[in-house]
Design a protein around this ligand. Structure first.
Ligand code: FMN
Length: 193
């Protein structure tokens, strides 16, 4: 028996815990939490955003960073989603430290180990769709193994929209582009069908 899920609560998995970093016109850094986003090309990220202090900032600077929530930063991540930079300096209240990206006019929050540095490619205010060109990505060396980002060290989190919770991610269970070969037929097998 199948159960229909309420349309207002579509469960799309996995959802991200993106932390979008921006500066306002006075150079004050801000950060917000966004779940509705994904990679849409090799160097492109697309995020669905309502109007926020963050979008006001993006309209002024044309730039933003995207850090990834981790087990160690989960409290800060949620705070960035329940408070607005229109009222307080969230970075200061959260006790975070920022430095300006060398590549774009946006802050890198040092408490987060992996950050994309993005230029606005397009911002559709009516539809609330932000597309960013990823011009650089910076990682803390504490999460690198053999030159690659190591998720076991980084401990990223995802957003579970079914129960409004943050979850860790589990171990590797299979190798992509290989696992399916176990059941993929060869041309010879097709021909003999
Ligand atoms: C788990 C979580 C996910 C969120 N995802 C989004 C999102 O994808 N898009 C969006 O516009 N707001 C999202 N929000 C809401 C913003 O983070 C929130 O309104 C925040 O206060 C905006 O900050 P700002 O006003 O400082 O820019 C999310 C909040 C939480 C807690």
């Amino acid at each position: 028996m199948s159960v229909e899920i309420d349309k207002q609560n579509s469960v799309i998995l996995p959802e991200a815990v993106f932390i979008i970093g921006t500066y306002d016109e006075a150079g004050v850094p801000n950060a917000m939490n966004a779940a509705w986003g994904t990679q849409t090309d090799f160097n492109e990220i697309t995020i669905s955003l309502s109007k926020h202090k963050t979008t006001d900032n993006i309209e002024k600077t044309g730039a933003f960073t995207v850090a990834f929530g981790t087990v160690d930063t989960v409290t800060i991540c949620d705070y960035f989603g329940v408070e607005t930079g229109n009222k307080v300096n969230k970075i200061e209240v959260a006790g975070c430290h920022v430095r300006k990206s060398d590549k774009v006019n946006a802050p890198i929050i040092e408490e987060f180990p992996l950050t994309l540095e993005c230029k606005v490619k397009s911002w559709n205010v009516d539809e609330g769709i932000l597309v960013g060109e990823i011009v650089a990505e910076t990682a803390d060396d504490s999460i690198i193994t053999d030159g690659r980002v190591d998720l076991d060290k980084m401990k990223p989190i995802i957003y579970d929209s079914a129960i409004h919770a943050y979850r860790g991610i589990g171990p590797v269970i299979a190798t992509a582009f290989e696992e399916g070969l176990k059941i993929k037929m060869t041309e010879k097998q097709w021909d003999s069908q």
